[in-house]
Design a protein around this ligand. Structure first.
Ligand code: SF4
Length: 251
């Protein structure tokens, strides 16, 4: 078996009879929106989807951006990109920033109606002079042309910052609807590689709307407490593949 694949696990599984609060990450809420069946298999039955390969280059860009914005966080100054884009804010120097960025802890809140603890790890958060927060997410890609947020597959990016906005609000912060994506696009039309990958870096503002979050948490919880596995999505390639394999194996 691949060293990446985790077989059926016996921990971190939702038990409808338990009175203990259950931790649900924002990525699992997103999984619920993609497919309630995969979500149920994972959080109720302990069978997780095989993971994708780690995006080492994207992670390297994230780490370097964090270090760079941290220099300004310590000084209480604006980063040159924030000046270029006329963003009147500075990186927020809060005592919990490291916890908020740690995926094992993250930014979290207790959701009383469902007894769930919702959490998510942010990339960054900026603050303006009135104390209003701006959720910030770093993205890295390498494509020709301008990067934007128009593609359907990027809806997940938007939901991601909207959950963070919701979490900050639940923690009592004043939060702007505007979030920022710091988007790094690897330049691929150079004549030679020369051991260097250079990037165009752009800040893309996005007006978030977190009104879907509360209802989605309730629905995810309703799914978890049932003893019925939800239907598979009709247009999921993985399930179609799995069903074809099962048919062949029965022959
Ligand atoms: S349709 Fe099947 S494989 Fe696809 S996401 Fe849902 S449960 Fe997972």
């Amino acid at each position: 078996m691949s060293k990446f694949y985790k077989p059926k696990r016996a921990y971190n599984i939702f038990n409808p009879l338990s009175k203990e609060p259950f931790k649900l990450s924002r990525s699992k809420i997103d999984l619920f929106l993609q497919c309630p069946r995969c979500f149920y298999l994972d959080k109720r039955l302990g069978i997780e989807r095989p993971p994708g390969f780690p995006f080492s280059l994207n992670n390297a860009v994230d780490k370097l951006l964090k270090k760079e914005f941290d220099l300004n966080r310590i000084k209480g100054s604006r980063h040159s990109l924030m000046q270029e884009y006329n963003i009147d804010a500075i990186p927020f120097n809060h005592q919990e920033i490291e916890d908020w960025r740690d995926y094992k802890k993250g930014l979290w809140c207790f959701h009383d109606p469902t007894n769930l603890i919702i959490n998510g790890a942010i990339d960054d958060v900026w603050v303006n002079r009135t104390g209003e927060l701006f959720v910030v997410d770093y993205k890295a890609t390498a494509k020709s042309g301008e990067v934007g947020l128009e593609a359907e597959w990027q809806d997940g990016y938007k939901r991601q910052v909207e959950i963070y906005q919701w979490l900050f609000r639940k923690n009592g912060f004043k939060v702007s609807d505007t979030a920022y994506f710091v988007y790094c696009n690897g330049i691929i039309n150079k004549q030679v590689f020369d051991k260097k990958l250079e990037f165009d870096v752009k800040i893309i503002p996005y007006k978030g709307d977190d009104s879907w979050v509360e209802g989605t948490i309730i629905k995810a919880h309703e799914t978890l407490i049932k003893d019925v596995i939800p239907q598979a999505s009709k247009d999921c390639d993985y399930c179609a593949y799995r069903q074809e394999v099962v048919k062949i194996e029965k022959v």
